[in-house]
Structures are given as C-alpha cells and as structure tokens.
Design a protein around this ligand. Structure first.
Ligand code: NDP
Length: 306
C-alpha cells in the first residue's frame, strides 16, 4: 500500500520527508511518479489534474491539502470516496493575523498615504472610523475572525448558511438575510467556501446592499465574487476599497483590470497557506484512520460542497 502526494507545481520534499518519518512503513509517492497506481490507498491532494484520482483503483480516501475543497470537487471524474480537509489552529491564526493587518492598513489610511507618497503630497488625515465588521462565512476561519474583532471592540455581524450563536456577534443566516448582514458594515470580510450556492453570489445585488463607502476583503475564493460588479461598486463609490487575496483565475492575468485599480490591494493568495509542520500529524492520523476503517477527521460533506 502507498500514499500519493498529488500537489502539482510545488516542492514537496519537506512534506514527503515528514510523512515518511510519521509513517515509516508506508511508501510515499509524489505524483506524477506513482510507482504502482493500484497500490495507492490514500491521496493528499491540492488542485489535482482532472482524472488522476480516478486512475487510482484502490484509493480509499482523499485528504485535501488545504481548507477549501472546491478544486477537488470540480473534477467530474472524482471517485465517490471520503474527503477530509485541513482544519489547523495555526492556519486559523495566520488568517486572523492577515485580516487584522488588512483592517489596520485601511484604518490607518495606508492605502491613501501610499498613493499620496508617490506624488510627494503631505496631507495628514485622522484614521478611518471603522466600527462595524461583517464576516461572511462563520466556520473555522470566519468564526475566529469574528471573535478576534469582537475582542478588539468592533461591532461584529456575520452570515452563515444555518443559524448559530456566537458571543457578541449578530448572526444572520440564509440567502434572505445576506443584505441585512452587511447593511451596517464598514468592512466586509468574505470567508465563504466556493460551492454551487456561493459561486458568483457577491454580485450587483449584493454590492447594492452594502453600506456606501464600505471596504471589501476577499480571502475565500475569487469565483464567489462577480469581478465586474466589484469594479462597478468601486467606480460608483458604493465600495471605497477592496483587498483581494483570491481570484477566479490564478495567477491573476497581467491584463486584468484589478492590477492597475487604485482602490484595489492585491496579494497573491497568501493569506493563510498550509504549513507543512503543523498539518503533517493530522494527515498521518487520517491515513491511519483510513487504514483502520475509522471515519476521517475533518470530513467534508460532498453534497453541501464544503
Ligand atoms: P468552513 O467549512 O469551516 O465554514 C464555512 C462557512 O461558510 C460556514 O459558516 C457555512 O455555514 C458558511 N456557508 C457555506 N455555504 C454557505 C451559503 N450558501 N450561505 C451562507 N453561508 C454559507 O470553512 P473554513 O472557515 O475553514 O474556510 C472557509 C473558506 O476559506 C474555504 O472554503 C477556503 O475556500 C477559504 N480559504 C482561503 C485561504 C486563503 O489562503 N486565501 C486559506 C484557507 C481557506 P454553516 O456554518 O451554516 O455551515
């Protein structure tokens, strides 16, 4: 039996070495060099080429190498198998720090001052009054982000698929309450999974329901947002600025209008990258569980899409 790492375009020496240490009796193959496809029983996967999982006839389980499984589920030939994803306190902390940094960037008007600097303009201004933050998606990451901003004294609202209670967070749920969830927000942070229900969800109707002059941060998936509707919202002033870490097409094409937009801050999908050192044990654990016929940790509900 063997474990396959199917994570194209990444150096995998460290992950392979750590997994070999954690699972000394298991052969770890790195795709596309799979020694014996019919010996592979467990695959660790990120943005796999379509069809490569279907080519492993003895596969028992799939471990996503990140928190979002949309790219795995997009494979039309995906075998019907349990899929687990990464849930890692270290990843969550990284995401909280990223959005905290971005909110501070706007609160301190670093966006405006960096534009002024290029023109040698000395125009002092007091910080932006950002008081209310809305978090779309209140799962592992969104609920931690919401709790962080509560702890800093912000008013926080949030939106999820189902009703829930989070301390000092005004929670809205379901499609009918999306507009209410963002109506008062100075900053909107998107931490939804990309599913059939969320694809293109943040479009013209959504941006017309935001507070005029709000700041929008997308750290989830690019395809949740309608790019043209976002550009229109910035153009009209409905949004004052946007920080985007994720895009429908990655890398973001050089000719895309986002690159040169003065009100858009771009980071190249770096807000919370999987940390080999902190996830290797949960991957090894899930491998052992699948060998023992036990349910995997952090299982994905494939019918829900997250
Ligand atoms: P979870 O699965 O833990 O949480 C998802 C949240 O979204 C839940 O609160 C869920 O509601 C809500 N949700 C799902 N569908 C809908 C819907 N149709 N309407 C309203 N709410 C919905 O995910 P995580 O918090 O772990 O991660 C969120 C996403 O962040 C990932 O899917 C991934 O795409 C992205 N991500 C991005 C990273 C980056 O580097 N940029 C790094 C890591 C993750 P409910 O609670 O009711 O189920």
């Amino acid at each position: 039996m063997s474990l396959a790492l199917i994570i194209p375009d990444r150096k995998l020496d460290d992950l392979q070495q750590r997994l070999t240490q954690a699972l000394p009796d298991t052969r770890i193959d790195v795709w596309p060099d799979i020694h014996q496809p019919d010996a592979v029983e467990f695959a660790v996967v990120w943005k796999q080429p379509a069809g490569c999982l279907a080519a492993l006839p003895k596969l028992k389980a799939i471990q996503c190498y990140g928190a979002g499984v949309d790219a795995i589920l997009a494979d039309a030939t995906l075998p019907t198998l349990p899929i687990a994803r990464i849930v890692d306190p270290s990843l969550t902390r990284t995401m909280v720090r990223y959005v905290d940094g971005v909110v501070s960037h706007y609160r301190l008007r670093l966006d405006q001052f960096s534009l002024q600097q290029r023109q040698a303009l000395w125009r002092p201004k007091s910080p932006r009054r950002l008081q209310h933050i809305s978090v779309l998606g209140l799962g592992e990451l969104g609920s931690a982000v919401a709790a962080h901003f509560v702890s800093l004294g912000y008013q926080v609202s949030g939106w999820a698929r189902t009703a829930k209670q989070l301390e000092q967070v005004q929670v809205y749920h379901g499609a009918g309450q999306l507009a209410a969830a963002v109506a008062q927000a100075d900053v909107i942070i998107c931490l939804l999974p990309l599913t059939q229900a969320t694809q293109g969800l943040l479009g013209q109707t959504f941006f017309s329901s935001t507070k005029p002059g709000a700041i929008f941060i997308n750290v989830a998936r690019g395809a949740i947002v309608d790019d043209n509707a976002l550009l229109d919202a910035l153009q009209s002033g409905q949004l004052e600025a946007a920080c985007l870490d994720v895009f429908s097409q990655e890398p973001l094409p050089a000719e895309h209008a986002f690159w040169q937009h003065p009100a858009i801050l771009i980071t190249p999908h770096v807000s919370a990258v999987t940390n080999v050192a902190t996830v290797v044990e949960q991957i090894a654990d899930n491998y052992r569980r699948s060998q023992q016929g036990l349910p995997l940790l952090n299982l994905v509900d494939v019918t829900r899409g997250y």
